[in-house]
Design a protein around this ligand. Structure first.
Ligand code: GSH
Length: 233
């Protein structure tokens, strides 16, 4: 059976997994999780209630972006989405994914955490936003250096790292921390290249519930009850 990806709105990091699935071009379905609402039953697939989560083709729940992206990359070696484990290129891809998650995602995460504080905790919010700006400025600056003279984050083709990047780099402006075009033109250039990609246009349309044109793999959304028989015991 085709895998199912659970993606989160608004603007979850699961965006990258949707893009990667589109690049892969193999059949898949989606399930939408509104992160601002309760999602009964989702805890059976993602115990922490976080997206992305996947039900693999053989019915196993799989959480964590990096695990899901590596699952997709392993099925897309022929397309250059990932590399054979043990190769230099695989190490580079793994390094970049880890950097994007543990540094860029984490530092921007301080900004999201500011929204979890009480409305009147102005000092707490200001502290978290300052931390987010300072730390993620360093993270963006480093990444901009990596991108210098390159078209893609790793190797000579787009990989799952580029897919993950475009889902989280947008937070710099979502959180009103930066004017990316002015402050990080190299990051802006890479974002603009990816924003023109049909898979990224598709993922935006899915998040925004607009008409979405798939490269062919998307078989539609599926309800959580419909999935129950497909999940391995
Ligand atoms: N370590 C997880 C983190 C995923 C994560 O932070 N997901 C966010 C959206 S970007 C989420 O689901 N937030 C809702 C929540 O934590 O309740 C991963 O890399 O997949």
């Amino acid at each position: 059976m085709e895998p199912v990806l659970f993606y989160g709105v608004p603007h979850g990091c699961s965006f990258g997994s949707i893009v990667a699935l589109e690049w892969l071009g193999q059949p898949y379905r989606l399930h939408r999780i509104d992160m601002l609402e309760d999602s009964p039953g989702f805890e059976k697939i993602s115990p922490l209630g976080q997206t992305p989560a996947m039900i693999t083709a053989d019915g196993r729940p799989l959480t964590e972006s990096l695990a899901i992206l590596h699952n997709i990359a392993a099925r897309g070696l022929d397309k250059g989405l990932g590399f054979a484990q043990g190769s230099k290129e695989f190490d580079e891809l793994n390094w970049m994914l880890a950097y994007l998650h543990t540094t860029l995602h984490s530092t921007l995460g301080y900004g999201w955490n500011a929204y979890k504080l009480a409305d009147d905790d102005h000092a707490g919010k200001a502290f978290l936003r300052r931390l987010a700006r300072e730390k993620s400025a360093d993270a963006f600056a480093y990444l901009q250096g990596v991108l210098e003279g390159r078209d893609w984050l790793v190797g000579d083709t787009k990989t799952v790292a580029d897919a993950y990047f475009i889902g989280i780099a947008r937070w710099g402006e979502d959180l009103k921390l930066f004017d990316i075009a002015k402050e990080f033109p190299g990051i802006h250039r890479h974002m603009a290249r990816l924003e023109a990609d049909p898979a990224v246009i598709f993922a935006h349309a899915i998040e925004d519930e607009r008409q979405a044109v798939s490269a062919g793999g998307f078989l539609g959304h599926i309800g959580i009850d419909e999935m129950a028989p497909r999940i391995a015991a």
